[in-house]
Design a protein around this ligand. Structure first.
Ligand code: SAH
Length: 361
C-alpha cells in the first residue's frame, strides 16, 4: 500500500513510471480509487474543467478488414451495410454545428468507395464551416493522409489496439503491426493531432502489455488516447470471449492521465455500455472528452461494432441535451473552443480558456 501510494504520487509529480511500476498499478485493484483521484487532480491542473464534445458521424459501416472483435468485419454477413452520401455527411456536420459542437469526427469502416479525393471533397466542405475535423477511417497510404490534411482535416484517430505485435496480427488478420505504426508516424509528421488507444481485455493480453501500450503512447507523444473494454460481439470470432474488465480499463485511463497529462482522453461509449453512468465515472478518473453520436435514425443501430450500444433510439439533439446536463451536474462545463491539445501549460490559467485564442491552428 505504501509502495502503491508512493508510485501514484511519483506519477502525479513526474509523469514518469517504468514498465514494472505501471504494470504493478494496473494489476492492483486496491489502488483504483487513489489512482483515479490523483488522475482527476492532474486532469484539472493540466486541461481544466472543460469537457470537449466531439460530434461523431458514423458514415459507412462497409469494411475491407476482418478484425476478429469488430462487428463491421468483412465476413460478418449479419450486419446491414450502409454508406451515407457526401451531401448526407455534410448535412450531419451542419446539424452538429447547430448543436454547438466545434469538432466532428468522421468515422467509418475501411470503405474503398471513399477514395482520397472523395473524402477530401467532404473535408473541404466541412472545413469551410469552421468546424475542426477528426478523421477515423483506418489505414491508408501517406498520400491520402496528406491530401486530407491539406483539405483541412485536423486530427486522426487510429487505435493501435495492442502494442503486442503478435497479438495484434493474430486479431487483425492480413494487417501488419508495422503498417499500423507507419500510419501513426505519417499522421504525426503531416501535422495531424494523433489519437490512438487500446482495447482492454483482448484474449491473451496481460497487464504488462497494457503497460507497454502506455509507454508507446508516451513515446509517440500521442495527442489523444481512447481506451475501451472489449465487448464481445456474437457475430464475430471473439463472440464468446470474456468481456474486458471495466475497472482495469478505468485504471488504464487514470494512468494515462498521470503519464500523458496534456492528452485529450475521451470517456468512451463502450465504458457506458458496460456500466450505467460509466462515462461520468471515467470523466472523474482523468478523462476530458466525450463523443456524442450525431448519426441519425437506423444508421446508429447498424454501426454495430459491439452489441448493447447505448442510445441507438435517441436523436442527436437528445444526446446533446443529455450530455451537457450530466457534465454540468458534475461541476464541469462544456468547453466552447475547438479543444486542440494544450502544450506545456503546466499549473495555471491558459488551459481554462473559453475562447479560441489558445488554439494552435
Ligand atoms: N476503421 C476505423 C474505425 C474502427 S472502429 C479504424 O480502423 O480505426 C473504432 C474502434 O472500435 C476500433 O479501433 C476498436 O478499438 C473498437 N472496437 C471494435 N470492435 C469492438 C468491440 N467488440 N468491443 C469494443 N470496442 C471495439
Amino acid at each position: 500500500m505504501l509502495e502503491t501510494n508512493f508510485l501514484i504520487e511519483k506519477a502525479a509529480k513526474t509523469h514518469h513510471l517504468n514498465l514494472t511500476e505501471i504494470t504493478s498499478l494496473l494489476a492492483d485493484s486496491s489502488c483504483e480509487e487513489a489512482l483515479c483521484r490523483a488522475a482527476d487532480t492532474v486532469r484539472h491542473d493540466f486541461v481544466g474543467d472543460g469537457v470537449h464534445l466531439r460530434g461523431l458521424i458514423e458514415f459507412s459501416n462497409i469494411c475491407r478488414q476482418d478484425c476478429m472483435y469488430c462487428g463491421l468485419r468483412r465476413d460478418n454477413g449479419n450486419v446491414e451495410r450502409y454508406r451515407l452520401t457526401e451531401d448526407e455527411i455534410v448535412r450531419l456536420a451542419e446539424k452538429a454545428k447547430g448543436y454547438g459542437y466545434r469538432t466532428v469526427v468522421l468515422q467509418s469502416g475501411e470503405d474503398a468507395h471513399f477514395t482520397a479525393e472523395r473524402l477530401a471533397a467532404i473535408v473541404r466542405r466541412i472545413h469551410a464551416m469552421d468546424l475542426a475535423i477528426t478523421l477515423s477511417v483506418g489505414e491508408r497510404p501517406r498520400e491520402d493522409y496528406a491530401l486530407w490534411r491539406e483539405a483541412g482535416a485536423d486530427r486522426y484517430l487510429l487505435r493501435i489496439e495492442t502494442t503486442d505485435a503478435a497479438l495484434y496480427e493474430s486479431l487483425d488478420p492480413g494487417m501488419s503491426y508495422e503498417n499500423r505504426v507507419r500510419c501513426l508516424r505519417d499522421l504525426g509528421e503531416l501535422g495531424y493531432e494523433v489519437g490512438t488507444g487500446s482495447l482492454v481485455g483482448l484474449p491473451g493480453q496481460t497487464a504488462e502489455m497494457l503497460a507497454r501500450d502506455i509507454l508507446f503512447f508516451q513515446d509517440i507523444d500521442a495527442d489523444m488516447i481512447g481506451i475501451g473494454p472489449l465487448i464481445p460481439n456474437g457475430d464475430t470470432p471473439l463472440g464468446t470471449a470474456a468481456p474486458g474488465d471495466f475497472h482495469l480499463t478505468r485504471r488504464m485511463v487514470a494512468l494515462l492521465r498521470l503519464l500523458l497529462p496534456e492528452a485529450n482522453i475521451p470517456a468512451t461509449t463502450a465504458m457506458e455500455t458496460m456500466v450505467p453512468r460509466g462515462r461520468e465515472l471515467i470523466l472523474a478518473s482523468g478523462a476530458n472528452v466525450v463523443m456524442p453520436n450525431v448519426t441519425e435514425g437506423d444508421y446508429r443501430r447498424k454501426y454495430a461494432l459491439y452489441p448493447g450500444k447505448i442510445c441507438v433510439a435517441d436523436t442527436p439533439a437528445d444526446c446533446r441535451a443529455c450530455m451537457s446536463g450530466r457534465i454540468a451536474a458534475m461541476g464541469r462545463f462544456v468547453a466552447k473552443d475547438k479543444g486542440f491539445r494544450h502544450h506545456g501549460h503546466h499549473g495555471s490559467q491558459p488551459h481554462f480558456k473559453d475562447t479560441d485564442t489558445a488554439e494552435s491552428q
